[in-house]
Design a protein around this ligand. Sequence first.
Ligand SMILES: [Ca+2]
Ligand SMILES: [Ca+2]
Length: 133
Amino acid sequence: MELALNLGIYESVLVLMDTMDQDVKISCNSLGSMLAEVTSGSEMTFLRTNAENYGRTFWLGGSDRASEGVWVWTTSGQGFTVTDWHTRTTHEPNNQDGNENCLTIHKELDFEWNDDKCSNVYRFICEKPLVYS
Ligand SMILES: [Ca+2]
Ligand SMILES: [Ca+2]
């Protein structure tokens, strides 16, 4: 499954499912892209809308593995500037069982953000610069 989606200068590609423990960054890199990093409100809305259309949970490229509670985009090393944590039914990020260090857009949490177990298997979203020719 592969689907190209346009967002301004970015093209986001939805690809095969995998865990974050098996480094999905490698899969994105092999496509000349990186695991999606959300750096604007419009990008956040774009990815949420598309995840909802797909009806699936997706990995994004965020983690607090290095320091609990300190979320960073792991390819760029940037901190979060915008967030979309779910708070309606559960208060995310909740680091459930002390073991949730990877970021998803979660289908059962209104397609908002959840800290999730990195060993779970989900699809994931890669992004790459959109080249005009
Ligand atoms: Ca955590
Ligand atoms: Ca959680």
